[in-house]
Design a protein around this ligand. Structure first.
Ligand SMILES: [Zn+2]
Length: 161
């Protein structure tokens, strides 16, 4: 990239380090022409295409505000929500695509939210998957119950063996 001071088309990297969350690299650069120093941050790009067609960078804060309402009155802390948003970002980055749509974000939220709080999960899923009737809730709850039983029998098998 061009030197921000003299527009020289080249620069030399004098230091590079990974940020604490491991998601980006910060490089100190020096211009060989004017000696000016500046920093660049390199991040794998992850952009969201909104329903309106507008493209914006992925934001963990928006994930948190998206699920906060579903978590109202539930034993879910801000720390839990921050961790959930981090997991959602990891799931999305693992897909390898640099552009995702809001639908994929909703889908990526479902599993970690279910592990966090099943009531919040049902609330979120009912909006996101546009539940239209009691049957939709019933089948989701039946699925949760089946998973519980599966886990319970796996646990008892583990103890009886
Ligand atoms: Zn320069």
């Amino acid at each position: 990239m061009h030197c921000p001071f003299c527009r020289h088309p080249d620069s030399r990297v004098i230091d590079s380090r990974t940020t604490d969350d491991g998601l980006s690299i910060r490089r100190r650069r020096q211009c060989p022409e004017c000696g000016g120093r500046f920093s660049t941050v390199e991040t794998a790009s992850l952009n969201v295409i909104k329903r309106s067609g507008v493209i914006e960078p992925f934001s963990r804060d928006k994930v948190v505000s998206g699920v906060r309402k579903a978590c109202q009155g539930r034993p879910v802390t801000d720390g839990d929500l921050a961790l959930l948003a981090q997991r959602v970002e990891e799931i999305l980055r693992r897909t390898g695509s640099s552009q995702i749509d809001t639908n994929e974000i909703g889908l990526a939220i479902l599993d970690p939210l279910r592990e966090l709080d099943e009531v919040a999960y049902l609330r979120f899923a009912s909006v996101y998957q546009a539940f239209e009737s009691l049957e939709d809730f019933e089948s989701s709850i039946a699925q949760l119950r089946a998973d519980h039983e599966l886990r319970a029998s796996a646990a008892s098998e583990a103890t009886t063996d």
